[in-house]
Design a protein around this ligand. Structure first.
Ligand code: PXP
Length: 254
């Protein structure tokens, strides 16, 4: 039987803060969601401190770091200000993402090829600070090999294009996008990178991607928070965990 390492689930709590900020008070609290997610089986918590602080704020990140017992994955743009905050908070990991003020969510992966010179010192500084660095990139061979050359230990493959095509019922495009992810995950492992994936995943896409043994972590937020409105956060996370375990087990049997 092929070796399939455990697939970790990182729960992104950004949109608990989005709902809170709609009214400007303290509720709902993303830290409470993080604690509940861990209780329900999350292996880590992810939060994105955006430049415009539209959801997570600086004190949320500090409170998350202080409160949770599982790894904190701090998503951020490669800027001086974010680097200072990350080195002060010292999360377990930092995922470097591209950021545009006008976007609704992280559109596309980092331009690692054109941005090598800019990214290299951030990767080095974070590593020196004891933070595990991950680069959020498209499942593109050249980008993956560039991430390895930049000595980032981890990459996170952007699954947005695949999930978007899948959700829209564009079967042929979805399959082509999925095959890009399959090739990307293999390229990453062969290059010695730890491979994560995320963006736009739901129960079905998480189950399917769980079959790829090269991928060891999924980061999921928006869909889980939407489900939580209807079934509660613990049930949404337990169902996601079961979908991931089922996808992994099917692949291990084949
Ligand atoms: N991974 C990264 C790097 C992200 O930027 C995001 C969105 O913030 C996610 C995963 C989670 O995406 P979603 O909220 O669509 O599940």
């Amino acid at each position: 039987m092929a070796h399939h390492p455990k697939l970790r689930l990182g729960v992104n709590v950004d949109h608990v803060a989005t709902v809170r900020n709609a009214r400007g008070g303290a509720r709902p609290d993303p830290v409470r969601a993080a604690l509940m997610a861990i209780e329900a089986g999350a292996d880590g918590i992810t939060a994105h401190l955006r430049e415009d602080r539209r959801h997570i704020r600086d004190d949320d990140m500090e409170r998350l770091k202080a409160a949770i017992t599982k790894p904190l994955n701090f998503e951020m743009a490669a800027t001086e200000q974010m680097l200072d905050i990350a080195l002060r908070i010292k999360p377990h990991a930092c995922c470097l993402v591209p950021e545009k003020r006008t976007e609704r969510t992280t559109e596309g992966g980092l331009d690692v090829i054109g941005g090598q010179g800019h990214l290299a010192p951030y990767i080095a500084e974070l590593a020196r600070g004891g933070v595990r660095v991950s680069l959020f990139i498209e499942p593109d061979e050249e980008a993956i090999l560039t991430a390895a050359a930049l000595k980032a230990p981890v990459i996170e493959l952007h699954t947005g294009s695949w999930c978007h095509a899948f959700e829209n019922g564009e079967a042929a495009r979805a399959e082509a996008e999925f095959q890009r992810i399959v090739r990307g995950a293999r390229t990453a492992r062969a290059a010695g990178l730890e491979c994560h994936a995320g963006h736009g995943l739901d129960f079905e896409t998480a189950r399917r991607i769980a079959a790829l043994p090269e991928i060891v972590e999924l980061n999921i937020g928006h869909f889980l928070m939407g489900e939580a409105l209807f079934v509660g956060l613990p049930k949404a996370i337990a169902t996601m965990r079961a979908a991931m375990d089922a996808g992994r087990a099917e692949a291990a049997r084949s």
